[in-house]
Structures are given as structure tokens and as C-alpha cells.
Design a protein around this ligand. Structure first.
Ligand code: UGA
Length: 433
């Protein structure tokens, strides 16, 4: 099929490359000419594992190209996926202005189109947005939904860093449609995929996305809350969750205690669901608690250090890991920020290192030092906090800590093997007691 994709962020580009791999003819649209040029030269403007290799293949096979011309792209394709950002507003509600703006451009193109065309929203939008905002905008084209065009909502479940793999091997594909024809059209695009497909209405599809992210975030905050109790009682929360997760009704995923969840999705989506519920006059006791636990969790690592070093004033603390998880350069809502600010408030001298996140993190915070590598970060440090799970942090050994003044390690992601560390290292693993 001929597919156009508007927005070339990690969702749009991965979706485009994935569809192109399965033989569809894809055109990616972005208003940023630099990104468009890069994609046409088979250079991904974002980092995603394996993306470059597959992009090179689909571009050289002429299965994927990029353009700034929205109207032309829509005219020449049968279906358009809207994959633009939906950031949080101050009050936690979702800013859908980019989706609405793109819908207007799509409406302009639909006006001139004779053949049936399906518009599919992939951006994360709160229930009621696709039929309440996108549909009326598209109808301004004078075309009739159900006759001239179809409308669908197809949420994404892609984790940054492994987004391509998640796209190509999904657990399920959720397709909301305004009518059966729209649903079937989108199902057709997913024809080569093996995953179970759920056909539903637009609002249910929108809500599935929010409820999924909110439940995953709840699992993490739950594990973090239990981890605090485990610490007091000398129990390792990781052993507990291994046992809990063996129940197939629960499963082990997303029960890793640590310093909380960050990123562009969980914090934003939980807040959006909460704001939506409040607008409907409902209380959100669980979601409130999920966010509260998550806010406190990174500061616990500072508390452990205060307990261990007595006073953090003038102490040199290295923070390894600045991005919200390993494998990405994304620092949005990273737990490193409250952690670093907490350390600074206590008077610590902070030095940080991350393989990919230094540039982005330097825009968020002042008054800290940046090291070129782990060795430099640890040189003369009184303590170190491991904030994310990059492989090079997982590989840390006692000899790598040789330059530290005091060998105190707070493992906020539980990636080190304590048994492997020598006796002169004070290891504090979150949730380990
Ligand atoms: C998340 C979801 O996992 C995707 O399914 C969803 O499509 C995406 O949001 C989105 O809405 O677009 P992502 O934010 O990329 O993906 O990252 P995750 O791998 O889910 O991690 C989120 C945060 O939770 C990270 O800070 C991670 O360190 C933390 N986490 C994860 C834990 O603290 N404990 C865990 O057990 C798992």
C-alpha cells in the first residue's frame, strides 16, 4: 500500500521504516528540511537501535522517502498516519495543537483528492480527541467521513531505544475506527504482522494507550513502594518481585525498583489521565500515588548517601547516567535531574557522565561538572550513584573504582553484582536492605 506518515520523531520514523520493510511504499513528511534531507540520505535524525541499517535498506530499495510537501504526500498515498508530538501542558492536560494543525493540512489535501483516503492518528491523544477535534477539522474539507475518507486511531506501544523491535514484533495491534471500513483499511496495512489485532472504536483505542502506560507506571511505583519496606526489613525487593512475577496474572516485567520512571511517556500520560479524570469530576487516588512515589524515589538515593557520608557538604559525588534509561540520548523527565538537584541542595560537588545524554542534560542544569568518561567522573569522588542502565555501567568492576576517594556506590538501577565487588566497596542497592 501507499502510506504517508506525518512527523518523523521516533514513532513516525520507526513506523515508516517498519512499514517499508514489509513492502509498503512509504513517504515520511516533516516540516524540518534538515531531517527530511537526512532521511533521504538514509541517516536517521534520531538514535534507535538497528534503525540506520534498515533505513539504508528501505531508502536504497526506494521503499521510503521523505518530503516537506504534506499535500503531495497525502495526494499520492492511500493512508496517512499522524505521528506528531502531544506534549504536556502546565496543568497536565495534553497539548494537541500539533495534531490539530496537521489535521488542517490533511483537510486541505483531502479537498483536492478524489479517491477514498484513511487518516489514522498514532499520536497519543486523550479519549475524545480523534472524533472531537480531528474529525471536525477534516470535515472542513467538505468531504464526508465514511464516504470520502475514513478515520482511525492506532496507538503505539514502542519503547525508546528498542522501538524498531517493538514495532516489528508487537504483542498486539490496536485499531480503533470510526467505521468498519476504516478499521479494515488499517488492518490491511498491518497485514504482514503476526500479532493479534484488536478492532475497536476510536475512544477505546485512545484509552487503551493511556490505561496501558498508567498500569505500567503503577507497577513501577508499586515495586518502589514495596522496596522501601523491604529495605527496612532486610529483604531484597528484586527477589520478592522475582517470586511475585512468576504468577502469570502479574508477570515480572516493569517490577524493577530503582529511582523511578522518566521519559516522555509515563510521567506525561499518567498526568494526562489524571487531568482528564479531574475534568470529569473524578478523583484519581491510584494515579496520584503513582506520581507521588515517583517524585520521591530519586531523592532516596541522596538520603542513602547522607546516611553513609554523614554530611554531603563539599563531598564529591559522581552521577553515572543522565538519560531516562540506557540506550537513548533522551533526558526528558530523567530521574537524574531531581537527583542532581537534591545533591546540589545538600552542598555536594556533582560531576556527571553519560555516553549519550551530556549535551541534552547540560541544557537542564547549571553548576555541575561533566566528565569525559567513567574514570574521570570517579576520580577523587566520595561516592557514585548509578542512575541508568547503560551497558558500560553494568560492566563496572572494583578495579574501575580505584580512583575514588571513598568507594561508596548507590546502585539506583540494581545493575551491579554486589558479590563481584571487593570488600572495600560500600554497595547500597535500592531495595536491597
Ligand atoms: C513507554 C512504554 O514502555 C511503551 O510501551 C510506550 O509506547 C511508550 O512509553 C510511549 O508511550 O510512547 P519508554 O518511555 O520509551 O516506553 O520507556 P520504558 O522502557 O517503558 O521506561 C520508562 C521508564 O521506566 C524508564 O525511566 C525506566 O528506567 C523506568 N522503569 C522501567 C523502571 O523504573 N522499572 C521498570 O521495571 C521498568
Amino acid at each position: 500500500m501507499k502510506v504517508s506518515i506525518i512527523g518523523t520523531g521516533y514513532v513516525g520514523l520507526v513506523t515508516g521504516v517498519g512499514f517499508a520493510k514489509h513492502g509498503h511504499e512509504v513517504v515520511c513528511v516533516d516540516k524540518d528540511g534538515y531531517k527530511v534531507d537526512m532521511i533521504n540520505q538514509a541517516e536517521p535524525p534520531i538514535y534507535e537501535k538497528d534503525l540506520k541499517k534498515l533505513l539504508e535498506k528501505v531508502v536504497s530499495d526506494s521503499k521510503l522517502s521523505a518530503t516537506m510537501k504534506t499535500e503531495e504526500a497525502i495526494r499520492d498515498t492511500e493512508i496517512t498516519f499522524i505521528c506528531v508530538g502531544t506534549p504536556s501542558k502546565e496543568d497536565g492536560s495534553v497539548d494537541t495543537s500539533a495534531v490539530e494543525k496537521v489535521s488542517e493540512e490533511v483537510a486541505g489535501a483531502l479537498k483536492k483528492k478524489k479517491e477514498y483516503h484513511v487518516v489514522c492518528v498514532k499520536s497519543t491523544v486523550t479519549p475524545g480527541t480523534t472524533d472531537g477535534k480531528v474529525l471536525p477539522t477534516l470535515e472542513k474539507s467538505g468531504k464526508k467521513v465514511g464516504e470520502d475518507f475514513g478515520l482511525s486511531m492506532n496507538p503505539e506501544f514502542l519503547r525508546e531505544g528498542v522501538a524498531l523491535d517493538d514495532f516489528l514484533n508487537p504483542d498486539r495491534i490496536v485499531i480503533g475506527g470510526i467505521d468498519q471500513r476504516s478499521q479494515e483499511f488499517v488492518r490491511e496495512v498491518y497485514f504482514p504482522f503476526k500479532a493479534p489485532i484488536l478492532l475497536t472504536d476510536l475512544r477505546t483505542a485512545e484509552m487503551i494507550k493511556y490505561a496501558s502506560n498508567a498500569l505500567l507506571a503503577t507497577k513501577i511505583s508499586f515495586a518502589n513502594e514495596v522496596s522501601r519496606l523491604c529495605e527496612k526489613m532486610g529483604i531484597d525487593v528484586y527477589d520478592v518481585m522475582d517470586g511475585v512475577g512468576m504468577d502469570h496474572r502479574i508477570n515480572r516485567d516493569f517490577l524493577n525498583a530503582g529511582c523511578g520512571f522518566g521519559g516522555s511517556c509515563f510521567p506525561k500520560d499518567v498526568r494526562a489521565l489524571r487531568s482528564l479524570a479531574r475534568k470529569e469530576g473524578l478523583k484519581t487516588k491510584i494515579l496520584d500515588a503513582v506520581l507521588e512515589v515517583n517524585q520521591e524515589q530519586p531523592l532516596l538515593t541522596v538520603e542513602y548517601l547522607r546516611d553513609e557520608l554523614e554530611d554531603l557538604q563539599g563531598k564529591k559525588v559522581a552521577v553515572l547516567g543522565l538519560t531516562f534509561k540506557g540506550g537513548t540520548d533522551d533526558v526528558r523527565m530523567t530521574r537524574a535531574l531531581p537527583m542532581v538537584e537534591g545533591l546540589k541542595d545538600e552542598g555536594a560537588e556533582v560531576i556527571v557522565y553519560d555516553p549519550m545524554g551530556m549535551k541534552n542534560f547540560s541544557k537542564l542544569v547549571d553548576g555541575i561538572d561533566y566528565a569525559d568518561g567513567i574514570e574521570e567522573a570517579l576520580e577523587g569522588a566520595d561516592a557514585c550513584i548509578i542512575q541508568n542502565d547503560w551497558l558500560e555501567f553494568k560492566a563496572l568492576k572494583s578495579e574501575d573504582l580505584a580512583g575514588m576517594r571513598r568507594k561508596v556506590i548507590v546502585d539506583a538501577r540494581r545493575i551491579l553484582d554486589e558479590e563481584e565487588l571487593s570488600e572495600n566497596v560500600t554497595y547500597i542497592g535500592v531495595g536491597k536492605g
